[in-house]
Ligand binder design. Structure first.
Ligand SMILES: [Zn+2]
Length: 243
């Protein structure tokens, strides 16, 4: 079910699913009841209450949802989310970079997720997310970058590489067959480092390239492979008013 997971301190866990967890997206034409039961199975594995995991309506934008707002929609339209109260968060991907962020806040961990595809990365979704986390008092932020298509596989037109590299030079790449490409993870690493956020790139079984590793979902390799997710959650939610 999990490609990789870890306890990162402050009672926070971070994880990325593989296709063993099945497709977790409701927007890819899959049977909705099947997706809902997979999400429920995932919540059981995480040890969080059923229905508590917040998914986003991702639109390749830069909006950051505040998961702590009492009046937020059940499924916020956003490409990132933050919480200072331990709301379990999910971000769906199939080639884009899933980014999980954890920082130390004044009252416990402050965490977030972000969907860093080409558009969102170039438009500043990571900057916006880090700004929101720091606005909640997060210090010593660390980001985990999950499985995504690698620079050797993500072929794009030359003009697209040029436009992207003009904003973030680190994204310019070349495919293994010698044509223009983008390395989204290198771009995310570069942006996060510039924001003074520590970056961790977990290594797990098989390649971390979604296009090369059939245990992961890749929209480019197989549009029917659905979405894997990045997850961040608290294992022991802090009781309000507890010492
Ligand atoms: Zn690759």
């Amino acid at each position: 079910m999990f490609w990789w997971q870890d306890d990162v301190g402050q009672d926070v866990r971070v994880a990325f699913t593989d296709r063993g967890a099945g497709n977790l997206a409701l927007h890819t034409g899959d049977d909705a009841d099947a997706v809902r039961s997979r999400r429920a199975a995932l919540e059981r594995s995480m040890g969080v209450p059923r229905g508590s995991l917040v998914f986003l309506e991702q639109v390749h934008g830069t909006d950051v949802a505040d998961a702590d707002r009492a009046d937020r929609p059940a499924v916020p339209t956003a490409d990132a989310a933050v919480t200072a109260t331990g709301v379990p968060l999910a971000v769906m991907v199939a080639d884009c970079v899933p980014v999980l962020l954890v920082g130390e806040g004044p009252g416990g961990s402050v965490v977030g997720v972000a969907h860093a595809g080409r558009r969102g990365l170039l438009d500043g979704v990571l900057e916006r997310t880090v700004e929101q986390l720091r606005g909640r008092g997060a210090r010593r932020l660390t980001a985990w970058l999950g499985p995504s298509i690698c620079g050797g596989c993500y072929e794009v037109p030359a003009a697209m590489r040029e436009e992207a590299a003009a904003r973030i030079p680190a994204v310019a790449a070349t495919t293994s067959w010698g044509t223009p490409a983008l390395d989204l993870r290198a771009g995310a690493r570069e942006r996060l480092s510039a924001l003074e956020v520590g970056v961790v790139e977990p290594a797990a079984a098989g390649s971390s390239c979604t296009h090369e590793n059939e245990q992961l979902s890749s929209h480019r390799r197989d549009p029917g492979s659905g979405r894997i997710v990045g997850l961040v959650w608290r294992t022991a939610p802090r009781e309000e008013g507890a010492a």
